[in-house]
Design a protein around this ligand. Structure first.
Ligand SMILES: [Zn+2]
Length: 403
């Protein structure tokens, strides 16, 4: 149970008057402090779809006590570590992050190029200086708390929650002096009785794509769940869930390139009924009023909306999803597919949290060296390693964590 300081009053989460105090603090813009540590850790109050919740400020998870629910495993264990201070800069006083992007938000001319290959996430260049599309999606997922899971949440995470947490996270991120929320559309959970209002809000937000200017055309970003890549005369029509009747145009060369680069994501999605395929894209508008995709990246997530990048991770996440104890899924961000990272961490194991690593078959010596370095640098976590070529996944650490 977390304890907070509101100005000079100490409150226990779930205490009798907590909801009232929270509402008052939100109105009066009081910043709560989490008292798990000394000094206390500043937090903020977010309005998540009519419910007030206390969230940690960006990139402050490591400052909480490991027993606090706001604690996060060290960023060096995932692809987030190398980006902090470069591609992602924290403004501690404002509680926001400034992001540098490795893709363009404007475009000259109206012909779509094959842009999916323009920023391959697997290359080494710009590893720490700028975020690829995929890395931005990973950062959004991470900051939204969607990488965290406990079995207590089974059946309780739907698009409604995903949408609200993502939207909240975009308000705390800046891109070239503008909040990301201004330039990124996350489709609202669709309701037939609100169809007109939802479509109006969307059209207003996307309006800037169709304003004619003398300079380059502005692009926006969209994060949504793929419903289908429908056949079109040339290329594909991309249909996003919660956007009925809305079509995005993907030209044939970009579609070909997408299938090559995201083959694993597409296969995971097609082979598992309950999975979701998330897309992040930059989109533009044509004078004829058509919305086109400029660049796109994909991420497969499980039924619990936890990201997975191959069948091994899928196996691991399926097991973690059933645990009562809390796990955090690690993400690759800009790291290439040949580099290790902690695929997940288990936070409630005693005496130390566990970092879980998967060693895929056919890795080279560099992978092993990097893995040993990563483990050696964090004596505050116990490593658990699944070497896929050795066979079955070992038992998960922690009492009661194995059926
Ligand atoms: Zn705390």
């Amino acid at each position: 149970m977390r304890k907070f300081l509101f100005d000079t009053t100490v409150c226990v989460e779930d205490g009798d008057d907590f909801v009232d105090r929270l509402a008052r603090a939100y109105r009066e813009k009081v910043r709560p402090q989490c008292l798990c540590c000394d000094p206390a850790v500043p937090m903020y109050i977010a309005d998540i779809g009519d419910q007030l919740v206390i969230k940690r400020m960006p990139l402050t998870g490591g400052r909480h006590d490991p027993a606090c629910t706001s604690y996060e495993p060290p960023y060096e264990l995932s692809g987030l570590g190398p980006l902090i201070g470069g591609a992602i800069k924290l403004d501690p006083s404002a509680g926001t992050t400034a992001l540098k992007l490795d893709f363009s938000l404007s475009k000259r001319g109206s012909t779509a190029r094959d842009e999916t290959g323009a920023s391959p996430a697997d290359r080494v260049r710009n590893e720490s200086k700028k975020l690829s599309l995929r890395a931005l999606l990973h950062f959004l997922w991470h900051e939204s708390g969607l990488t965290e899971w406990t079995g207590h949440w089974s059946g309780k995470r739907h698009w409604w929650q995903v949408y609200h947490h993502l939207t909240e996270a975009t308000r705390l991120m800046d891109v070239r002096g503008e909040t990301l929320a201004e330039r990124l559309l996350v489709p609202e959970p669709f309701r037939a009785d609100e169809k007109t209002a939802i479509e109006q809000r969307r059209a207003q937000k996307l309006g800037q794509l169709f304003h004619k200017t003398n300079g380059p055309n502005q692009l926006m970003m969209l994060v949504g769940e793929i419903k289908e890549f429908a056949d079109a005369r040339h290329g594909r029509q991309v249909v996003i869930k919660h956007m009925p009747g809305f079509r995005l145009c993907l030209e044939e060369p970009a579609w070909q390139s997408l299938q090559r680069r995201f083959e694993a994501e597409l296969m995971l999605w097609q082979s598992t009924e309950a999975s979701h395929l998330m897309a992040i894209m930059t989109i533009g508008g044509t004078p004829a009023g058509i919305t086109t995709i400029n660049e796109i990246a994909l991420m497969t997530v499980t039924e619990q909306w936890l990201p997975i990048e191959n069948a091994y991770e899928q196996n691991l996440v399926e097991r973690l999803a059933r645990l009562r104890s809390k796990s955090v899924k690690g993400l690759r961000f800009n790291l290439s597919r040949t580099q290790p990272f902690a695929n997940a961490t288990l936070l409630e194991t005693k005496p130390l949290p566990y970092a879980l690593f998967i060693v895929p078959p056919n890795v080279d010596e560099n992978f092993e060296t990097a893995l040993q370095d990563m483990i050696g640098a964090r004596p505050d976590l116990t490593p658990w390693i699944w070497r896929v070529s050795d066979g079955e996944m070992p038992r998960l650490p922690g009492a009661g964590n194995n059926e």
